[in-house]
Design a protein around this ligand. Structure first.
Ligand code: NAD
Length: 546
């Protein structure tokens, strides 16, 4: 029977979050808010997971001996109270509950958009001051207008869905989404902002603030917009350059803007943005709803449990690109890549300089981070004495100077999606010393290895597998078969492939061959290399990832 997950609530959680945790039969909850560093460090290793808010400080000292701790969930967004570097070093996943405010923030952005189109703010202001001006506040209809969504992540998509329901055309810019359309073909995607701008009547921003996005809408990019463009920013202040916005409003290039966020919050009392007749402002209310505030604690608790149960990964803060919410085909490829990596791991001699993971086929793009991490674990685990997991593997590889490269490519005409892993050893690449393995999943949904270092084959990587590299000369197959037979080891399946003057036999055995057999083979003339790998049996159902 699965033992219960032990969870520590190290801060006081909202009632909804506590109720959720208490209702789960497979966990044991301990509530200990207000612990100091030393007290927490002493007990932290007894728990599988921790839920925190912003009170408790998770320092490197707290995580020094993490014992069985696998994940820390922050009920809320900011993770300033958690030392992410220390958590990553120890292989501990840090989650937050940014998703809990997705709908709430999207609704606020949409409310701003509607208010902007119909001058609700100014109309209210005029009426509240005793006025009545119908002509001045004639608006525009949203239906039929084109909305440009900048940043097509959680909130951007949610805004887009609402805009489609309002009869708007939606186009989006997100350089990290490599697809011509999104939302079932309803949204045209652009990978260059400048290409989108001339087509949008209204722009709404949903990107994180960083060096690439600061001032994304500036004097230059404003000039590429349609004259009279409307602008909504409910992401972060500074993404729309405030001076450029004021200039565009004055010149008429921008007909109006709605801002929930500002480069300085609160903006100075005399900020022209506060009083501009064509700017609608709200004081960073995007995530401010009763539902979102309650949802953060439930969300943190469910995300933590889903991860511990191996059911999925949401809200990961210290593992960029990792996803566990994969579709069945992606899961098969993730499992296949891990098997492939383990299969070629013994062929890696000496240090590893670079690992390249090549993914062909758009179906695999969203699984790239997960495939990369699991491939690395498969490749490196036997060569390192640090226990590797999905959280720390990238970090450990980088600390050791191993370069990582994941390339996503168009799918080849004939073969369908494919994954390849190539290892470049330290000291430079040579054909023998740079193991490369290629795998596919065909329509029968069975994983196959189709190439190892230029030797072609078609074999399911599962169970006990022995790789024999030999000189391509008569009698080698007989020799190997006889040795296996004499040792009483049944060969279940085999692939033989030749290249130049050497050949590779990939043998699947029913039972594990003894070391003596492998050593005998290694000393037979014509045999160049023998390695054995034990892989899990072939999955009968879609594999679980955790
Ligand atoms: P997300 O991570 O789900 O989506 C962000 C998207 O931006 C991703 O798809 C990413 O690929 C894209 N992106 C990254 N760099 C880009 C670039 N240079 N150009 C274009 N696209 C780029 O995040 P989310 O949850 O949708 O949040 C979006 C923004 O909203 C964040 O800045 C967040 O801080 C902000 N936010 C504001 C409030 C509020 O109270 N107003 C509340 C919640 C979130």
């Amino acid at each position: 029977m699965q033992t219960k997950f032990k969870i520590l609530a190290a801060d006081k959680l909202a009632k909804e979050g506590m109720d959720y945790l208490l209702s789960q039969p497979d966990l044991e909850l301990t509530v200990k808010p207000g612990l100091g560093e030393d007290e927490l460090a002493k007990i932290v290793g007894e728990y599988d997971g921790m839920v925190v808010r912003s009170g408790v400080r998770i320092t490197p000292r707290v995580l020094e001996n993490p014992g069985r701790l696998k994940a820390i969930a922050r009920a809320g967004v900011g993770v300033d109270n958690i030392d992410l570097e220390a958590a990553t070093n120890k292989g501990i996943l840090v989650l937050n509950s940014a998703e809990a405010s997705t709908i709430t923030t999207a609704e606020h952005a949409f409310a701003l958009l509607m208010a902007l189109a119909r001058h609700i703010g100014q109309a209210y202001k005029t009426m509240s001051q005793g006025g009545w001006d119908r002509e001045k506040f004639q608006g525009v209809q949203l239906s039929g207008k084109t909305l440009g969504v900048i940043g097509f992540g959680r909130i951007g998509r949610t805004v887009a869905e609402r805009a489609l329901a309002f009869g708007m055309q939606v186009i989006a810019y997100d350089p990290f989404i490599n697809a011509p359309t999104a939302l079932d073909g309803q949204v045209k995607m652009f990978s260059v902002l400048e290409d989108l701008l001339p087509h949008a009547d209204i722009l709404t921003f949903h990107v994180p603030l960083n060096d690439q996005t600061r001032g994304l809408l500036n004097d230059r990019t404003f000039r590429l917009c349609r004259k009279g463009v409307l602008v909504v920013n409910a992401a972060r202040g500074g993404i729309v350059d405030e001076q450029a916005l004021l200039a565009a409003l004055d010149s008429g290039q921008c007909a109006g803007a709605a801002l929930d966020v500002f480069s300085v919050e609160p903006p100075p009392a005399d900020s022209p943005l506060r009083k501009h007749p064509r700017v609608l402002v709200t004081p960073h209310l995007g995530a401010s709803t009763i539902e979102a505030q309650q949802a953060v604690s439930v969300d943190a608790a469910t995300a933590l449990l889903a991860y511990l149960r191996g059911e999925g990964l949401r809200g990961a803060v210290n593992v960029a690109g990792l996803r566990l919410d994969l579709d069945p085909l992606q899961k098969l490829f993730v499992d296949l890549a891990q098997r492939m990596a383990r299969l070629i791991s013994p062929l890696v001699t000496g240090g590893v300089a670079r690992v390249t993971v090549e993914l062909s086929g758009p179906q695999l793009a969203t699984a790239a981070g997960t495939i990369e991490r699991l491939s690395l674990i498969g490749l490196l685990q036997d060569h390192l004495d640090v226990p590797l997991n999905l959280v720390n593997v990238r970090h450990v590889a980088e600390q050791r100077g191993i370069m990582l490269r994941t390339v996503t490519m168009e799918e080849g005409h004939l073969q369908g999606p494919q994954v390849a892993i190539e290892v470049e050893p330290t000291g430079g690449a040579t054909a023998q010393a740079s193991p490369r393995i290629v795998g596919r999943v065909y329509h029968d949904m069975r994983p196959r290895v189709v190439e190892i270092s230029g030797y072609h084959m078609d074999i399911v990587p599962a169970g006990v597998m022995v790789l024999v590299v030999n000189e391509d000369q008569p009698g080698m197959l007989g020799l190997v078969g006889t040795e296996f037979g004499q040792a009483g080891i049944n060969i279940a399946d085999m692939a033989i492939s030749r290249r130049a003057s050497t050949a590779l036999m990939v043998i699947k055995a029913d039972t594990e061959p003894p070391a003596s057999l492998l050593n005998r083979l290694r000393h037979r003339p014509g045999i160049l290399r023998v390695v054995m790998v034990k892989l899990p049996e072939e999955p009968r159902q879609t594999p679980r990832i955790s």
